[in-house]
Design a protein around this ligand. Structure first.
Ligand code: FES
Length: 166
């Protein structure tokens, strides 16, 4: 015949295991009630008034976007390599060069180079060497109606001949 304390101990142990089992099996149900939300920075953002940007190129490193200014024209080219997503570097030329790429003639002040696997892109973002499968994306640039700041939308793309003239 078992003693009373031993029986009580075994009953408590069984209760603890049952409770633990119930918690483990109900966890997925409980977790499903909490939404999986990924907080990302907005795809459309202000970068400042046009006058703040010098002629030539400015790298917006927190957004991985290159903003170009040619006199009063602005355009933005993505700094994200189309191979595996490394940040490309802009390599300026000693002097402007006239290039014709994919039927478009432009004055190139430099080109993009990817430090990861050696892809190279013309100044208009067109890939010409290395494993990158396609050109860098061009993003629209607008003027905010509220305060006149430049707005870049990395959630949209535009053609290579896009210019915002202010
Ligand atoms: S990530 Fe740019 S070449 Fe591979």
């Amino acid at each position: 015949m078992e003693s009373q304390p031993r029986r009580t101990f075994l009953a408590r142990l069984a209760g603890a295991f049952l409770g633990l089992g119930a918690m483990v099996t109900s966890w997925p149900l409980f977790r499903s009630l909490i939404p999986n939300v990924l907080y990302e920075p907005p795809r459309r953002f202000k970068i400042g008034p046009p006058d703040e940007f010098q002629q030539g190129v400015t790298f917006l490193d927190d957004r991985r976007v290159y903003l170009f200014r040619e006199n009063s024209g602005f355009y933005a080219i993505s700094g994200i390599c189309t191979h595996l997503g490394c940040t490309v570097k802009f390599a300026p030329f000693a002097r402007k060069e006239t290039r014709t790429v994919r039927g478009l003639t432009f004055e190139a002040i430099g080109e993009f180079r990817c430090p990861c696997h050696g892809s190279r892109f013309h100044g208009d973002g067109t890939n010409y060497a290395g494993p990158a499968p396609r050109p860098l994306a061009w993003h629209p640039v607008e003027i905010s109606p509220d305060d006149g700041q430049l707005v870049v939308d990395v959630g949209a793309e535009v053609d290579r001949d896009f210019r915002l003239v202010v």
